[in-house]
Write a protein that binds this ligand. Structure first.
Ligand code: ITT
Length: 198
């Protein structure tokens, strides 16, 4: 079965391909289909934004699509940057810029209060046009220095206390076993396998 991944982020595409090792399931990116135009994320929640991305791709392709809206919600910043995690440090900011900007915002707060969660909202539109939702999160603590070179985005500063490592220090399959995206995608996959996503 072929599923279109309604994302322009190649790091997400890589993770989706790694998380489920099912030879009967093939994820195709928008880029591979020649669709490189970004859709505006005007939603007020992760789910509204993943719906926007899924619906835009489905409208063009009329094929099963899966969209991911994700981000890092920081407790002392009342959930910010949250749905703005990709762009709050500037439209074309690098992952490095985003972490630097986040440290600036966190500077007034004691480091032991830098708790945060990664969120992932998946919206799946089936061949018949039905929409299905999956949301998962993982909690951690943000560090004042980068550790590890795996993963992407905020992974080098996202420390998981129970593992004693950042998600950038974990092997990919270790990250996926606890991550917001790994958990949400496996929930989706279970329903797909059970024939519930018609
Ligand atoms: P698409 O909208 O095209 O899917 P995007 O990167 O703009 O790509 P989002 O709006 O969902 O996607 O922003 C998610 C941002 O949150 C992402 O760019 C990272 O900065 C961060 N992020 C999400 N998941 C992450 C993860 O597993 N590890 C580290 N950072 C993550």
């Amino acid at each position: 079965m072929e599923i279109v991944l309604a994302t322009h982020n190649p790091d997400k595409v890589k993770e989706f391909q790694e998380i489920l090792q099912d030879p009967n399931l093939c994820f195709v990116s928008l880029h591979a289909l020649g669709l490189d135009e970004d859709v505006e994320e005007t939603g007020k929640s992760y789910q509204e934004n993943s719906d926007i991305k899924a619906k835009a791709a489905y409208a063009q392709l009329k094929r099963p699509v899966l969209a991911d809206d994700s981000g890092l919600s920081v407790d002392v910043l009342e959930g910010y940057p949250g749905i703005y995690s990709a762009r709050f440090a500037g439209e074309h900011s690098s992952y490095k810029d985003k972490i630097d900007r986040l440290w600036q915002l966190l500077a007034p707060f004691p480091q032991d209060t830098w708790t945060a969660s990664f969120f992932c909202s998946l919206s799946y539109i089936s061949a018949s046009g039905q929409i299905y939702h999956y949301q998962r999160s993982v909690a951690g603590l943000l560090l004042p220095e980068r550790r590890g070179d795996k993963g992407f985005g905020y992974d080098p500063i996202f420390y998981v206390p129970s593992l004693g490592k950042t998600t950038a220090e974990l092997a990919p399959q270790q990250k996926h076993s606890i991550s917001h995206r790994g958990l949400a995608l496996r929930d989706w996959y279970q329903d797909l396998k059970a024939g519930q996503l018609v």
